[in-house]
Design a binder for this molecule. Sequence first.
Ligand code: ZN
Length: 449
Amino acid sequence: MARQMMVRCANCGVQFPAAVESIVDAGRDPEAKLRLLGGALNAVQCSNCGYQMAIGAPVLYHDASKELLIGFVPPELNLSNDQQEKALGDLMRELTNQIPKEQFKGYLFQPRRALTLQGLIEQVLGADGVTPEMIETQKARARLIERLMETPEHALKQVIAENDALIDGAFFQTMNLMAQRLAGSGAVAAAEQILMVQARITEESSYGRQAMARAQAEEALVQEVADEVEALGEDADRPEFLALALRYRDDESRLRALVGLARPVFDYAFFQDMTAEISRAPAAERDGLERLRETLLTLAQEVDQQTQAAVRAAAQLLQQVINAPDIDEAIQRIGPLIDSTFLSVLDANLQQAQRNGDQALLQRLSYVYQQVNAMIEQTMPPALRFINDLLATETDEDASALLDAHAREHADDLLPTIDAVEGVLAQRGESDLLRKLVFLRALAERILL
Ligand SMILES: [Zn+2]
């Protein structure tokens, strides 16, 4: 709940209107709570000189879910006790006017007080189960990251070893968040620097080595399951996947890998078949099968949620680019974040704009599409880029001429790369491109072998 008031700039003295928040209701406005914790509550920028300053205003903090009501009057306002009581009393009335009488509870009549802003923040965090010790640890993490960023390459190993105890999952998370924030604000070089130092920490710290070993074990497990799925063959049916799931029944990691690799198999019909199977099974086995069915359903939901989250993030990224004042610069900035999800979201938006006949949007999206594809192509291995060009030719004669002219430049990689692309196209069911590629491979063989 913000109200407009005139503020005088402490730097240039100009008066300007600013929104001041005096009631922070965590239940109604969780963002306001984050602003308070992040030190951004009532932080304003002078419209004349750009000076950043904090407006000292009384604050009433309310969180109904935690039965928390805290009043804070900044000491720099130099208010007398009576004036402080009146200021908070006004805010209390404003707050309680919005709460239905039947929801009134005792804590609403006994607000706590905080003497400093830091004290207010600590009380709020304390109610969330965040202790001052935890805050201290987080500060120590941030200090260590800063120090590591300033440490020359050759001394990194030493500093990491000295601080091994502080390096854990939360430490890596803090680094990731910093890198994201920097990349988001355009400081790409600094973000990359963080990720480079992080790679060293992964190699040199106990936690990093353990995490790497875990990741490798997981990768090996997924590869194992992928091999088994592949061994089922292309026209494997539901009973075969069910048989595989039954073999993995006591191993949730393998089940998770299976559902992740073959999510489309675990559709409505699969679970229908399975239910029928369960009803036919001997009574003694039914409970176990029911449990497996529940596990598979949960895993399928998890996969879907992850996909949805990825799609939402990609859609946001695309919006940022479309709305950016400098679209080229924006594309360069998001370069490292472009993945297959981003490309399919871009594709879906293009089609939507086409259907809606939104020419302005269509133009911008098409431009992004061209630039992104050009950027991806630049980072492709030369043989792959060559195959891409071959597939883009209009006629077989064009393709043949292009092969004649350049196939020998890619003598070592061309055939293996064609085989790899064939595999990808087959998986995606792109039969037209696949036919073209088979034709190209035969031509290339004739030239190269
Ligand atoms: Zn100013």
